[in-house]
Structure formats: C-alpha cells, structure tokens
Design a protein around this ligand. Structure first.
Ligand code: ZN
Length: 190
C-alpha cells in the first residue's frame, strides 16, 4: 500500500456501493442502457453557492431537495435533476448517492473518443471545490483511495480513461479546473 492512503482501503461492495463511505441514495438515477458497460471515470468539481464551501446545498441538489429561495443562485438550478456517484467534501469525507452499476446524471452532453452520452458508461466523482481554490490534501487522499477501489472493481477503466468533465464537454464545462493537480492525483493512484 502507498503511504498516506487510508487503511484499510475502501472496496466496491456487492450492489455497487463503496465501503467506508456515507450512503445517501438519490432519486436522480436510472439504469445503464447496457448492463456492466463501465469504462470511464469522470472527475468534477462543484461548490454551492459557487466559491463557497460547507453547508448542505450540494447534498440537497443531488437529492432533489434544493430550496430555490435559500440563495439567489439556487433559483436557476433547483429544478435541474443532476447527481453523481460520489462526492468528496473538503475534509475528505465521501458520500455516495448512486450505486456504480446504475447511471448517475453528471456528465450531460458529452463525448469521449467519439462516443456520446458519457453517463451511459462512466462513473462520476465530484470534488467540493472551485476553479480558483486549491483542493485539500485530504481530498486527494480520499479520491485516490476511492479510485483504486473503482479501478480494481472495473478494470476496463484504465488510468488513461480517467478524465475531467472539461475533457468530455469542452467549451461547456471547465471542471475540475486549473487548481486540480492531475499529477499528484495520478501518482497517488498508481
Ligand atoms: Zn462537472
């Protein structure tokens, strides 16, 4: 095991849930068109309101209960039905909303190597973060541990098939953004 990663490392358990991770099942999911067709990992970042960390708002968005009146920004997004498989908070805490075997709604209009609709065949991980703030060391540790579990359970996700949202939706999405240290992340996964 690589020094620094949590011990024991999490594992993907039966049913597609990650161990050592809080489970909050979201209604924003459906079945994958082709069962078992999972060969891409997409890294995202999100903060609500944008640029602010903490609070229940990301949870609320992914669980379909965001109050449109709680902040001016929320009125424009509260009705949008989105989700992710995993969220990693600033302190490294992981929350899983959708089992990996089902389809989460994280990528939107997207394309990887000529294949459209990346939600069909990918796993999505959101980091609580922004385009302007460095991610926390605890987030890299937690993300790397989760990634190792996912690569072990879904070996068709080779390391070169770990991408950012901005890679599969260029011009539309910028996350995880310039503050995400790909070299550090992939060195922890290797
Ligand atoms: Zn994204």
């Amino acid at each position: 095991m690589r020094a620094g990663l949590e011990n024991p490392l999490p594992k993907v358990e039966a049913g597609g849930w990650l161990s050592h991770t809080t489970r909050r099942p979201s209604p924003h999911r459906d079945l994958r068109p082709t069962d078992g067709d999972i060969d891409l990992l997409v890294i995202h970042s999100i903060s609500l309101p944008p640029g602010e960390f903490g609070g229940p708002w990301i949870d609320d968005l992914f669980l379909g209960r965001l109050d449109p009146n709680a902040h001016p920004y929320f009125s424009g997004i509260a009705h949008v039905r989105v989700s992710t498989h995993l969220l990693i908070r600033r302190d490294g805490d992981r929350i899983q909303y959708i089992p990996f075997c089902e389809r989460a709604w994280h990528a939107g209009v997207s394309c990887f190597e000529g294949r459209q609709r990346c939600n069909d065949f990918s796993i999505g991980i959101e980091l609580e973060g922004s385009d302007t703030a460095p991610f926390a060391p605890a987030q890299y540790q937690s993300l790397a541990a989760a990634t190792r579990a996912i690569l072990s359970a879904y070996p068709r996700i080779r390391p070169e098939r770990i991408v950012g949202h901005s890679d599969i939706a260029p011009g539309r999405k910028t996350d995880p953004g310039p503050c995400f240290d790909w070299g550090l992340y992939l060195s922890l996964v290797a």
